[in-house]
Design a protein around this ligand. Structure first.
Ligand code: PLP
Length: 425
């Protein structure tokens, strides 16, 4: 390959160039097919080349490609917001469109801060989030996340955040401890941290309902989020749920938090919203939050050039047609059960697979040195790369990753195939 001028993710080696996509497959320039078993990073929920979505993009381009939201709104943005609000849980009633997940999280953090400020609670700026979480790579989102490896080089640039334990039963639940007792212990840690920093200083609690990149499709134990909701309400703390990876149908319901029977004050989605056809994310907030700004400064002091991009919104509207209108969502639970069954059959007793978990078509396999001791695999980072390369050579795209376990890097393989996946694939 001639020298590339693209600043690739790896500065050592450029990846092969993709030439086309069709259904669950991507093809490189040599014609080699790759089954997109993780939708890249849980993005391509419709697979590739969906004619309905590409037609919607074309039709919008024929009307108008771009009009700055400082001057205009657009029919696709208005229509998409109406539909998301109708489908969203709780009182989420306003939608702020951005270009991806990190931007959605930055908007959420800044809205939370401005909301408290305009209500006269200027002391609220502290975020409580969880260790082994990922909320994006921009500085606010990176500070909020608890992925030690990603944070380390940039630590001097990051605001102070309280990180509590994630709900990660495979490693966190002690021997002989019931799920309820484990949940009690996690909740007590959150309450203690709120007391330690002072409830009146806390702005928001932030979490992924099903933890993606850092833990590998880990849902919480029953009741966990409902109890956090109750704590947040008691102390006037906002609950921000990050469904950038687990939302938009990935876990079998349009929003993952529906299965936890909880509604946040702010909900962030991205990836599956545009399904990779356009870069788009969204932050949904309650009417009360919007009203505080409307009655106060009248202006959310935030914004990017491509907020509410009409073509991105048109694409996301067409993705919703497919996911909800054509009920591809209805395939997620049954196909997820089939895939999980296959993984259990193949890897359930594998000496280096400690746990198989997830919800819907969002599944993770935790890699360990030894099933019995759960000792983290070592060196994890090298093994991520080996698994990824070996799968890729066989024509499978999967997403190995890992957070830090007791100071050591953990390893899992994340699977997030398209909702159109068939059993034989
Ligand atoms: N939040 C979660 C839970 C994510 O998984 C990601 C990306 O993987 C992000 C935020 C950041 O999204 P983006 O990469 O679109 O900025």
């Amino acid at each position: 390959m001639p020298m590339s001028h693209v600043f690739h993710r790896s500065s050592v080696k450029a990846p092969p160039a993709v030439s086309r996509g069709e259904g669950a497959y991507l093809y490189d320039q040599s014609g080699k097919a790759y089954l997109d078993g993780s939708g890249g990073a849980a993005v391509s929920c419709l697979g590739h080349g969906d004619a309905h979505v590409t037609e919607a993009i074309r039709a919008q381009l024929d009307q108008v490609a771009f009009a700055h939201t400082g001057f205009f709104t657009s029919p696709p943005a208005e229509a998409l917001a109406d539909r998301l609000v109708a489908l969203a849980p709780g009182d989420l009633n306003r939608v702020y469109f951005v270009s991806g997940g990190s931007e959605a999280m930055e908007a959420a953090l800044k809205l939370a801060r401005q909301y408290h400020l305009e209500r006269g609670e200027a002391g609220r700026s502290r975020i409580i989030a969880r260790r082994q979480s990922y909320h994006g790579n921009t500085l606010g989102a990176l500070a909020t996340g608890g992925n030690a490896w990603r944070r380390e080089p940039f630590a001097p640039l990051l605001m102070e955040v309280s990180h509590v334990a994630p709900c990660y039963a495979y490693r966190g639940q002690q021997e002989g401890e019931s799920e309820a007792a484990y949940c009690d212990r996690l909740i007590a840690e959150i309450e203690d941290e709120i007391e330690r920093v002072g409830p009146e200083s806390v702005m928001a609690f932030v979490a992924e309902p099903v933890v993606g990149a850092t833990l590998g499709a880990v849902p919480s134990v029953p009741g966990y989020f409902k109890r956090i909701r109750e704590i947040c309400d008691r102390h006037g703390i906002l609950m921000i749920l990050d469904e950038v990876m687990c939302g938009m149908g990935r876990t079998g319901t349009l929003f993952a938090c529906e299965q936890d029977v909880v509604a946040p004050d702010i909900l962030c989605v991205a990836k599956g919203l545009g399904a990779g056809y356009q870069p788009i994310g969204a932050m949904l907030c309650t009417e009360i939050m919007h009203e505080v700004i409307a009655q106060g400064s009248g202006f959310f002091q935030h914004g990017h050039t491509y907020v509410g991009h009409p073509v991105a919104c048109a694409a996301a509207g067409a993705v919703l047609d497919r996911v909800v209108g054509d009920d591809l969502l209805g395939r997620v639970h049954p196909m997820g059960a089939v895939l999980r069954g296959m993984l259990e059959d193949r890897f359930g007793q594998h000496p280096h697979v400690g746990d198989i978990r997830g919800r819907g078509l969002f599944l993770g396999l935790e890699l360990v040195q030894d099933r019995a001791t759960k000792a983290p695999i070592d060196p994890a980072r090298k093994i991520h790369a080996q698994v990824k390369a070996a799968a890729f050579a066989e024509g499978l795209i999967c997403y190995p990753n890992g957070g830090t376990i007791d100071g050591k890097q953990g390893a899992h393989v994340l699977l997030a195939p398209p909702f159109i996946l068939t059993e034989d694939q």
